[in-house]
Design a protein around this ligand. Structure first.
Ligand code: MG
Length: 427
């Protein structure tokens, strides 16, 4: 605790344009007791102006925020300031910015509390006892879909529309602000970042850096370095603040550490319900939309998420079974065809083609759609044969292979020759 009895912090903050963008539209502010990250959006300088104006307005009033209401009021002022600036400069029309903040609250009767604020898809993480937890909810299209159970976290992380933000300062007349009041517990870290960090590195990697590097400044440098190494397609901003000493004499005893935020002005949601998503088509930057649905309660979200978790368990085996049945049916068809074809074709017989004695491949009369085919002609005609030999050939003697059939023909020719010789001798 500082001499004046306030909670004390150590922090580090850094913002980087990244490897692809030409302009850094993120803004960051860190001073003793107030920590803010903003990620601006909008063409023609709009994004960088929006995030800068929002943060200037947030930190302008003298002194620290005394209450969570004061912090929310500052965010409202920042929202008005962005709107006002866009009105003044038509080229900045449509600009907006996300904003997340952690501030020390100076309640005389409840010391050692922190106020947390979020609007948009920048993030606030809480890191304590080696565990990293995302406190803020992403106010984005994929964030909504994920919370409703339609996307897995992995699908959301790689979704092509993950940049569509559903809430932002500077967009719309009224503003919905998520807020928390949490006790300042010594050793706890809060990490604030723009989406440029989490687009490049995952929560597990962030957690491992925070476990390894206890000094906020070192952790911030390492996280930005990793994002740059991973490609840094967007601007990257990281702020880490650690609680050193708490003004709260017994922070663990504070009830209601809110894992999920409250939202200001839930009545506003109903007023917007009919407008649907608002998409800024002119902007070359990711579209922004306004919240279009009543926020689900924690319980409803859990239920939806659980229902969707169940679905793949049923879906996958069903699909596998269906595929297996199809493959088996095909095998039966192909196998059956092969068996019939083998039976029909792996055979030879001798018969008449017109008056000529020939060897056919196949079965006499054919099998299903396999007709016998001509294979070899003997040098014999029907008229060469005795009545007995003619009947013999009409009986279609069958053979397992062509050689046997040809041997039969040779034998028949020999017998015919014998008959002719005998006839000549007799004659
Ligand atoms: Mg960004």
């Amino acid at each position: 605790m500082s001499d004046d009895g306030r909670t004390t912090f150590t922090w580090g903050a850094r913002t980087d344009v990244g490897r692809v963008r030409e302009v850094n539209q993120d803004s960051v502010h860190a001073e003793d007791g107030l920590y803010v990250v903003a990620d601006g959006m909008g063409g023609h300088r709009g994004g960088e102006v929006a995030s800068a104006v929002a943060i200037e307005t947030m930190v302008e009033p003298d002194g620290m925020p005394r209450s969570i209401d004061d912090l929310i009021e500052r965010v409202r002022s920042a929202h008005e300031a962005v709107l006002h600036r866009a009105d003044e400069e038509p080229s900045l029309a449509g600009m907006g910015t996300t904003l997340c903040a952690v501030g020390r609250l100076d309640h005389p009767d409840q010391p050692g509390m922190l106020g947390l604020i979020n609007v948009g898809d920048s993030r606030i993480y809480h890191f304590a006892e080696g565990e990293l937890v995302q406190l803020s909810e992403d106010h984005s299209l994929v964030g909504d879909l994920m919370r409703a159970g339609h996307l897995t976290p992995e699908e959301a992380a790689n979704h092509p529309q993950r940049n569509i933000v559903t809430r932002a300062l500077g967009i719309g007349d009224r503003l919905l602000v998520d807020y928390w009041e949490v006790p300042a517990i010594p050793g706890d870290h809060y990490l604030l970042c723009s989406d440029g960090l989490v687009d490049e590195i995952g929560d597990a990697q962030i957690a491992s850096v925070l476990r390894r590097l206890a000094e906020p400044r070192e952790a911030v440098d390492e996280l930005v370095r990793l994002a740059l190494e991973a490609g840094a397609r967007d601007n990257v901003t990281v702020l880490v603040v650690r609680v050193d000493e708490s003004a709260n004499p017994d922070p663990d005893a504070v009830e209601g550490f809110a894992a999920t935020p409250s939202t200001s002005e839930p009545d506003v949601v109903a007023a917007f319900a009919d407008t649907g998503p608002l998409v800024d088509d002119d902007s070359p930057y990711p579209s922004r939309t306004r919240i279009e649905d009543e926020p689900l309660t924690w319980r409803e979200r859990r239920r939806l998420a659980a229902a969707d978790d169940d679905a793949p368990d049923h879906r996958t085996p069903f699909r596998t079974r269906g595929l297996l049945a199809l493959v088996l049916a095909l095998l039966i068809v192909i196998g059956g065809f092969w068996v019939v074809a083998s039976y029909a074709r792996n055979n030879y017989f001798v018969g008449f083609e017109g008056d000529q004695v020939v060897v056919f491949q196949g079965r006499p009369g054919g099998v299903l759609w396999f007709d016998p085919t001509f294979e070899d002609a003997a040098g014999l005609l029907r008229s060469d044969l005795t009545d007995a030999q003619e009947l013999e050939v009409e009986g279609n003697p069958e053979f397992g292979n062509l050689g046997d059939a040809q041997a039969y023909i040779a034998d028949l020719e020999e017998r015919v020759a014998d008959v002719e010789d005998t006839g000549t001798a007799d004659g």
